[in-house]
Design a protein around this ligand. Structure first.
Ligand code: PRP
Ligand code: URA
Length: 207
């Protein structure tokens, strides 16, 4: 299911981010801020457990998130999304998955996977600013499922309808959260209007 996280603060950040004149340090800051602004929406339906809670005056009942949370940035661009999530969920563990989209075929090529144990007992949030054809997101879910992950969400900045449809088709149980559902893909697999190559803009590797 697709959730578009619609908020004026996010919309304004994204507008500034799309501007090609936005330099890398500012781009990184804005991506981090949007990530933080998305956290409550992405985690809103996580299960909680009632726990005893001491106050200075008495014992009452409190709440604890029932399962551990594992954040999974998709290298490279997902790293830009990580700190904004960690700022609000510092207790989360982090798994890393490396995927590089082949520029000609648009097929993602896996190159790295490192994850904590107990994936199956945790809430997994895959982080990648861009959901374009959906190939990378599908490969990320596939490889995490292969090593035991069950409950998986996918959070991005900008999604193309083509990628949303492919991911929903492949994994209907994975909830998708995006700050914007854009119009379509161009002939080179880039999102329109989009924001260009997120990894290059985050890390200053544009030509
Ligand atoms: C970008 C982006 C996604 C992928 C999306 O990464 O960060 O991972 O493309 O495209 P898709 O939905 O068509 O698969 P890229 O492979 O360019 O690597 P990078 O993050 O290292 O720049
Ligand atoms: N990857 C990006 O970084 N940007 C796009 O528009 C599509 C894939």
């Amino acid at each position: 299911m697709l959730h578009t996280v619609d908020h004026p603060l996010i919309a304004e950040e994204l507008t500034r981010l799309r501007n090609p004149e936005c330099p890398s340090p500012e781009f990184r800051q804005r991506v981090r801020r949007i990530a933080s602004l998305m956290v409550t929406a992405v985690t809103a339906d996580m299960g909680t457990t009632i726990v005893p809670c001491n106050t200075p005056l008495e014992i009452t009942s409190g709440v604890k998130i029932s399962r551990g949370i594992i954040l999974v940035p998709v290298l490279r661009a997902g790293l830009g999304f990580l700190d904004g999530f960690l700022d609000l969920i510092p207790q989360a563990s982090v798994a890393h998955i490396g995927l590089a989209r082949n520029e000609k075929t648009l097929v993602p090529e896996p190159y790295y996977l490192k994850h904590p144990p107990a994936l199956g007992e945790s809430e997994i949030i895959i982080l990648d600013p861009m959901l374009a054809t959906g190939g990378s997101a599908i490969e990320a879910v596939r490889s995490l499922r292969e090593v035991g992950a069950r409950s998986i969400r996918f959070a991005c900045l900008v999604a193309a309808p083509e990628g949303v449809a492919s991911l929903e088709d492949a994994y209907p149980d994975v909830s998708i959260y995006t700050a914007s559902l854009d119009r379509c893909l161009n002939d080179h697999g880039y999102i329109l209007p989009g924001l260009g190559d997120a990894g290059d803009r985050l890390f200053g590797t544009c030509g």
